[in-house]
Design a binder for this molecule. Structure first.
Ligand code: GAR
Length: 325
């Protein structure tokens, strides 16, 4: 039987106000085969208008006023609600709170924000006032990953909005909202779909593999793989498998210590590992890449271990020496 298709990404949306971006995200999720679904709308303001809309649409909601709570405790409650709802990605949509570093770090790469300016211009508040005062020809909107530094994470998508003669912050803001509603659902969908895109996953894998010493890429049985050593006598330590032999997994195959370890991994963590056709018989395990929240450090550890198991001693010794510094 083929493995089940990977699930849609479950997103929790955090709002503080009207929630028009939340609504745009929600309605987009119900059209066609959108790769995400909204599992929770949460707010730091129990009176936020967006909560009533989410409820009417049958989405779970959570509200907790932040007044009188420490930032850490309030963040922890929002995070617990997101986890409880089964969220694997958090999407901020007009959530007007600075988040504690710990919260942001735990969701690194899995928390997105929308900001009404063309970042890196105009971080923080009053972006329209500042863009008009500066005489800019364009304002705009950015979707970015959230990092501890405010509005500074990697920009994933932007849309430019012309500043018209006589624009006020209010008229400009209304037009930027229209652009936001187009951009945000699309940017979120593209971002979460990366996790099931073989080209994206292979590019990530290749970057890690080729950073190991004396590695080259070589095809084997029609799929790319990585070898250590010379072009002539190198040995494979990783194979990329894109839904091979009826499997729905996109995976990297790496060498384990043997059949006992392989079977143990597959039995105890079937969401992470599987026994691949053919290679499995000689102790190679599949590490699944097309699943929510792949830990790329973990993938890198496996690549290094597999590399080490076939690298000439001279190379692995050098690598050990380098690790000591
Ligand atoms: C949006 O314009 C969003 O870009 C902005 O708040 C508004 C929320 O509107 N976010 C920020 O300024 C974050 N620094 P909405 O509640 O109608 O989606």
């Amino acid at each position: 039987m083929p493995d089940p298709l990977p699930d849609k990404t479950h997103i929790a949306i955090l709002i503080s106000g009207a929630g028009s971006n939340m609504a745009a995200l929600l309605y987009a999720s119900r059209i066609g085969d959108c790769p995400y679904e909204v599992v929770l709308v949460a707010s730091n303001d129990p009176a936020a208008a967006g909560l009533a809309l989410a409820e009417a649409e049958g989405i779970a909601t959570f509200a907790l006023a932040h007044k009188g709570m420490t930032r850490e405790n309030h963040d922890a409650a929002m995070e617990a609600a997101a986890l409880e709802a089964g969220a694997d990605t958090i999407v901020l949509a007009g959530y007007m709170r600075i988040l504690s570093d710990g919260f942001v770090e735990r969701w690194a790469g899995r928390m997105l924000n929308i900001h009404p300016s063309l970042l890196p211009k105009y971080k923080g508040l009053n972006t329209f006032v500042r863009a008009i005062a500066a005489g800019d020809s364009h304002a705009g909107v950015s979707v970015h990953l959230v990092t501890p530094e405010l509005d500074a994470g990697e920009v994933l998508a932007q849309a430019r909005v012309a500043i018209a003669m006589g624009d006020t912050p209010a008229t400009l803001s209304a037009r930027v909202k229209l652009a936001e509603h187009q951009l945000y659902p699309r940017a979120v969908a593209e971002y979460v779909a990366r996790g099931t895109d073989p080209q994206y996953l292979f590019a990530k894998l290749r970057e890690i593999a080729l950073a190991l010493p004396e590695v080259h890429e070589r095809e084997s049985h029609g799929s790319p793989g990585f070898r250590v050593g010379s072009e002539k006598s190198g040995k494979f330590f990783a194979h990329f498998a894109d839904q091979h032999h009826g499997s729905r997994h996109i995976a990297v195959l790496v060498k384990t210590g043997g059949m006992d370890e392989l079977l143990n991994l597959v039995e105890t963590q079937p969401e992470v590992y599987f026994k691949p056709a053919y290679y499995g018989a000689s102790g190679w395990v599949g590490v699944i890449l097309n699943r929510a929240s792949v830990d790329w450090d973990h993938v890198a550890d496996w690549l290094e271990r597999s590399w080490r198991s076939v690298a000439p001693t001279r190379l692995s010794r050098l690598h050990d020496a380098a690790d000591m510094f």
